[in-house]
Write a protein that binds this ligand. Structure first.
Ligand code: SAH
Ligand code: MG
Length: 216
């Protein structure tokens, strides 16, 4: 058993969350307003946000790309980990989400550090210049993940971070009869990442499973 991993249970996850910095008032207010606006509650977990901030700080990231803004929560959390002059470019194609995010970003402590680019990421990503990002966080439609990965490998500098959310497919990754239509796409993507030699990556069991990779 010496090489075996500890079996992580719900109790361990609760233990981890209880020892992670508490949600700040601004984030709580943003989430409550998003719920009222009918925006789906699919933002990253607070302990995952903290973990991503640690990764960005350790990587000394300044320019970050995000695919999938939703209400702006993850963009704001990532922007807080960047030095002065740092920037998050976040892509979103739902007008309602982009407008909500812009309004809340404007009221946040990192308003100057975030740009929301409205449009389908499959068309906005190819317009961005190669090698200009220190990190990318992919969190939009799962069937387009292979496109987003290919674009990220072009856009992120060598040695930069590529993070991808929902590797556990909304908890249904290992289900025999998954109900969510995106589960197959997540499974295929996970297999693709494992075969992508330009990326060294591992799934970290935080939130709904987070791919943490470095572009070789
Ligand atoms: N990163 C956010 C959650 C993103 S949810 C957070 O953790 O706070 C996924 C978002 O991706 C949704 O807002 C959805 O509208 C957006 N999206 C889905 N397909 C997209 C596409 N092709 N281009 C851009 N955005 C897309
Ligand atoms: Mg997600």
């Amino acid at each position: 058993m010496s090489n075996a991993s500890t079996r992580v249970t719900d109790e361990h996850f609760a233990y981890i969350a209880a020892r992670t910095t508490r949600e700040d008032d601004f984030s709580a207010a943003l989430k409550s307003a998003a719920r009222k606006a009918g925006i789906p509650e699919i933002w990253i977990a607070p302990e995952q946000a903290s973990f991503m901030q640690i990764l960005l700080r350790a990587a000394r990231a300044e320019r970050v790309l995000e695919v999938g803004t939703l209400a702006g929560y993850s963009a704001i959390m990532m922007a807080r980990a960047l030095p002065e002059g740092g920037r998050v470019t976040t892509l979103e194609f739902e007008r309602k989400h982009a407008e909500f995010a812009r309004a809340w970003i404007a009221r946040s402590d990192v308003a100057a550090k975030i740009e929301v680019v409205e449009g389908d990421a499959r068309t906005t990503l190819p317009k961005l210049p190669a090698g200009t990002f220190d990190a990318a966080f992919l969190d939009a439609d799962k069937s387009s993940y292979p496109i987003y990965l290919r674009e990220s490998l072009r856009l992120v500098k060598r040695g930069g971070l590529i993070l991808v959310d929902n590797a556990f497919a909304f908890g249904q990754l290992l289900d025999e009869a998954p109900t969510d239509p995106e589960v197959e796409a997540v499974r295929a993507f996970n297999d693709l990442v494992a075969k992508t030699s330009e990326l060294q990556a591992v799934i970290v069991p935080m939130g709904d499973g987070l791919w943490v990779g470095v572009r070789r």
